[in-house]
Design a protein around this ligand. Structure first.
Ligand SMILES: Cc1cc2nc3c(=O)[nH]c(=O)nc-3n(C[C@H](O)[C@H](O)[C@H](O)COP(=O)(O)OP(=O)(O)OC[C@H]3O[C@@H](n4cnc5c(N)ncnc54)[C@H](O)[C@@H]3O)c2cc1C
Length: 345
């Protein structure tokens, strides 16, 4: 079966890997230039290997299948144990650990979180910078024609026997809406209607000097800053202090309206200086990225969603199924992949 997957994030790549291993012909369409979606890494200096995770910072999980996957990544040298505890900022002080939270092994990717996407996608046929603008169910008998057309935002059209949409729910909604004359798809849209996402701004800041810190990451109880990560604790590029800061959803949404990047960055830096000390407000270099879809605010009590039409199969996977996390995204892609291997063998 020829399967078109929209989105090369964790859920889409895992579904693709399972289906391709079972002999299906898988093509992945990805609107950005690289693998991983929100498992994102930015190369700060194009002349060197200096990179920073500006999307999800680390991996952790409790499900057995996900832990097996973490074991596979660790064996391949793609992830390494980082910490069992997070520091926290509350009532104006930094505490070495979050009170009331059990220790939990957390893993980071020394080559960047997107190296996990590269690994998962290495045997898949992926079209990068190919944004899908819509899908069309051309129906009819499968013996004559593929039931789906995947229309890229440029002029390309791809035929497929089945489609998997592996994007955040709101983008999936937009894609399904392009084919919504189908009764089955209208039902899927109704389910998606309920899902919204928090946003965040990732601020990346480098200080050009070694600054000692006793913490690897700090979870913050603060109106502007929710997370501070010491990237040097993941990979020691130069020994200099490099931070990634995530803002709260409220701050990100208010600031997304203003569009004044310099004002926004200086507001975050001022708060960062208040938390860590005045040095933190004076980085040598600075970059920022707005994440409209950070994490789903709620999840669906299903592993994935699929249409009932087996002649024109279509399914949705992602982190908004059974979770709101990377682990949820992985399990959603895995479970749909296994289900379709069995169903369409
Ligand atoms: C800053 C940040 C911090 C995070 N922190 C954590 C954390 O601490 N713990 C945790 O568990 N999770 C965290 N997450 C969330 C985690 O990264 C996601 O849950 C997970 O990576 C989602 O994977 P996914 O496959 O569902 O979606 P995505 O990774 O979003 O992948 C979807 C892909 O689809 C592509 N796409 C979208 N529309 C189209 C289109 N029309 N055509 C083609 N391609 C398209 C996108 O470019 C993207 O590559 C964080 C995320 C961010 C951004």
């Amino acid at each position: 079966m020829k399967i078109g997957i929209i989105g090369a994030g964790l859920s889409g790549l895992v579904a693709g890997r399972v289906l391709a291993a079972a002999g299906h012909d898988v093509i992945v369409f990805e609107k950005s230039r690289g693998y991983g979606g929100r498992m994102a890494t930015r190369r700060i200096d194009t002349d060197s290997d200096f990179r920073i995770d500006h999307g999800t910072p680390y991996m952790t999980g409790t499900d057995e299948a996900f832990r097996t996957f973490l074991g596979e990544l660790e064996e391949k040298g793609l992830i390494t144990h980082w910490s069992d505890r997070l520091s926290c900022y509350t009532d104006g002080q930094i505490l070495p650990e979050l009170p009331g939270r059990d220790p939990q092994p957390m893993y980071v990717a020394p080559d960047g979180m997107n190296s996990i996407g590269k690994y998962l996608g290495r045997r898949l046929d992926i079209y990068f910078e190919e944004k899908v603008g819509g899908i069309t169910n051309i129906g009819g008998s499968r013996t004559k024609k593929s039931p789906w057309m995947i229309n890229s935002a440029s002029i390309n059209v791809f035929e497929a026997d089945a489609v998997i949409i592996a994007t955040p729910a709101i983008q999936a909604y937009g894609l399904i809406a392009t084919a919504q004359d189908e009764f089955d798809l209208r039902k899927m849209i109704t389910v998606l209607d309920d899902i919204s996402y928090s946003s965040t701004i990732s601020l990346m800041a480098g200080y050009g000097e070694r600054i000692p810190a006793e913490w690897k990451a700090i979870l913050c109880d603060h109106p502007v800053i929710s997370w501070i990560c010491n990237e040097g604790s993941k990979r020691d590029f130069s020994g200099d202090m490099n931070l990634v800061v995530h803002t709260t959803d409220k701050f990100a949404r208010e600031m997304a309206e203003s569009e004044d990047t310099a004002r926004l960055e200086s507001k975050i830096l001022k708060e960062l200086g208040n938390i860590l000390g005045s040095w933190a407000a004076r980085p040598e270099w600075l970059q920022s990225h707005f994440w409209r879809y950070h994490l789903p605010k709620k999840s669906l009590d299903l592993p994935f969603l699929e249409s009932e039409d087996d002649l024109a199969p279509i399914a949705l996977v992602g982190d908004y199924f059974h979770g709101r996390s990377m682990e949820a995204a992985y399990l959603s892609g895995l479970k749909l992949g296994n289900h379709w291997v069995e169903k369409f063998s």
